[in-house]
Design a protein around this ligand. Structure first.
Ligand code: ATP
Length: 306
């Protein structure tokens, strides 16, 4: 849903699309709902990026008053580095990305980028700074070129091709009947989950954000597809402050920092090697993944962690 946030001036484009797609219409309404949650303060300033350090300081959060979701969440993603979050379903991983995008405000504590509280900066500048590769990418009923350009309306054809190459989807596009002009989406060519995620990566590369949120797809992958995802993640995370919501431990083994969440709390943190040596929840997940590499979604709520 996050990826559907668009500035209001793009709503006309979406409106054209919703006439064609009920799914998009539902998303538009949830988009408008989301939009009501937060507003720019009277003194909101554009975000001033220096290195794009992200910091959550003692964050408490609940969607509804009666049910607290995050408890004292505290971590820093140093500028230009990758932090991965793991933990089983419902532990609060995606909530972190929603707070970073400021779909909601925290109940206590702060979220800052380069020292600026997200509540003090304009939403437009915040969302310009952050790119998202969602689990499930929505494609518009339009050409594949249009779908990639959506990352930065007005991009030239050459820039689009460059982004598609970097996302390893250019070769695939050239095999399509009308190349970049091939219609995709519900009324056009259906793309596989992996192809859609590569379109999302191309969009994100075109947007060239300082901060990237990569929400790994939950679906099981064969080892070739898995290696492709690892390579792409590396390519897009390079020199960006990156938050990976991970479902597969093998894709994040070289993240600078791994956070393990359980019921809204960070219960372990460290590098892959440190966490294995600690022999705790992460080490158990790793063992489980080694035992059944095909059932890779470590966030599945099959086996209690922590
Ligand atoms: P998954 O791996 O399944 O994506 P997650 O760790 O990302 O899970 P979150 O999506 O962050 O989990 O959800 C954390 C908790 O917040 C869950 O219990 C979920 O039911 C709840 N939650 C998420 N979104 C909302 C919402 N919009 N309103 C109320 N509760 C919500």
């Amino acid at each position: 849903m996050i990826q559907l946030y668009v500035p209001l001036n793009y709503l006309g484009v979406i409106y054209r699309e919703i006439k064609q797609s009920l799914a998009d219409m539902e998303r538009l309404f949830s988009l408008l709902d989301q939009h009501r949650e937060v507003a720019d303060g009277p003194d909101a300033q554009p975000l001033r990026l220096t290195g794009a350090e992200v910091r959550f300081s003692n964050v408490d959060f609940s969607y509804e008053k009666k049910r607290q979701i995050l408890f004292g969440v505290d971590f820093t993603i140093p500028a230009g580095s990758t932090t991965a979050v793991v933990g089983h379903s419902g532990s609060g991983k995606s909530t972190l990305s929603r707070l970073l995008f400021r779909f909601y405000d925290v109940d206590a504590g702060t979220v800052t980028i380069d020292g600026q509280d997200l509540r003090d900066v304009t939403q437009t500048s915040l969302r310009r700074a952050i790119g998202i590769v969602p689990q499930d990418t929505v494609l518009f009923n339009d050409s594949i070129e249009y779908n990639i350009a959506y990352g930065r309306p007005g991009a030239s054809h050459d820039e689009i091709v460059e982004a598609a190459r970097a996302a390893s989807i250019h070769d695939f596009i050239t095999t399509l009947p009308d190349g970049y002009q091939t219609m995709v989406g519900e009324r056009g060519l259906k793309l596989s989950g992996g192809e859609k995620q590569r379109v999302a990566i191309a969009r994100a590369l075109l947007k060239n954000p300082a901060i990237l949120i990569f929400d790994e797809a939950t679906s099981a992958l064969d080892s070739k597809a898995e290696q492709a995802i690892q390579a792409q993640l590396k390519a897009i995370a390079k020199d960006r402050t990156t938050l990976v919501i991970a479902h597969r431990l093998s894709t994040i083994a070289d993240a600078a920092q791994i956070l393990v969440m359980d019921h809204g709390r960070i219960i372990e943190r460290g590098t892959h090697a440190q966490l294995l040596a600690a022999g705790g929840a992460y080490a158990q997940m790793w063992q489980r993944q080694l035992a059944s590499p095909d059932a890779v979604d470590v966030s599945a709520p099959t086996d209690a962690v922590g």
